[in-house]
Design a protein around this ligand. Structure first.
Ligand code: SF4
Ligand code: FES
Length: 230
């Protein structure tokens, strides 16, 4: 397996120490199938134990490793180094969230406009030729959204207007509207308020960067259509 040397150019930030943030280069040897997250782990183990980044699942389920990779919001755990076709890779934290350190940001505002009462389950797709276990009619699984924050970082409106509900919350609201028609009045009044879907500029960045096929822009268009018919 061939090994080659590449440079990770990482925006470092340590409050009071590396402040304002500045780029630091790390040169590492990588194997073809390594991901950006593998590269970060290698740097932390071999060169700098103070490097901060988040991860948990390593397979695009938890959303914690989202950051900007060569300027685009992506998951570090599923982005293969070889697919970037570059010997220098720039890493920076997501935009629009309070920086905590290096690639780590405070993602908590993402949840402000997503109600705990909404359902995060949907029917699981059937696997062909699978058999349901006795006594079970259907499987449920979580919605596609993994709360990574990529869409919020990529959205031009969230940076101009801090009140905007944002693509993740509007997508979750739209899902809830489809699943719970009795809640329609409350949900639509939230979607149609001054911080709701009307602020969307149709940049479509949210759908472009979403790693799990939520397509927030499509949900925002759906909400726009429903609100126009009211
Ligand atoms: S909608 Fe997509 S990009 Fe936005 S938080 Fe959910 S998974 Fe991430
Ligand atoms: S580590 Fe969980 S999504 Fe990347």
């Amino acid at each position: 397996m061939s090994i080659k040397k590449i440079t990770f150019r990482i925006l470092r930030y340590k409050p009071g120490l590396i402040d304002p943030p500045q780029f630091q280069n790390f040169s590492i040897e990588v194997k073809p199938d390594m991901t950006i997250l593998d590269g970060l782990e290698k740097i932390r183990l071999e060169q700098d134990t103070t490097l901060m980044y988040r991860h948990s699942c390593h397979h695009s389920s938890c959303g914690t490793c989202a950051c900007k990779i060569n300027g685009t919001e992506s998951l570090a755990c599923t982005t293969k180094i070889k697919d970037l076709k570059s010997i220098s890779i720039t890493l920076a934290p997501l935009d629009g969230f309070r920086p905590i350190g290096d690639l780590v940001v405070d993602i908590s505002p993402l949840f402000t406009n997503i109600s705990e009462d909404w359902s995060y389950l949907k029917n699981s797709e059937n696997v062909k030729s699978s058999q349901m276990p006795e006594g079970i009619k259907e499987f449920k699984r979580f919605e596609n959204c993994i709360e990574c924050g990529a869409c919020v970082s990529a959205c031009p409106v969230t940076h101009k207007n801090k009140g905007f509900l944002g693509p993740a919350a509007l997508a979750a609201l739209s899902n809830e509207l489809k699943k719970s028609p009795p809640k329609a009045e409350d949900l639509l009044s939230m979607a149609g308020n001054k911080n709701g879907e009307r602020l969307c500029e149709r940049a479509l960045n949210c759908s472009r960067v979403c790693p799990t096929g939520v397509y927030p822009a499509r949900h925002i268009s759906d909400l726009h259509r429903v609100l126009k018919q009211k």
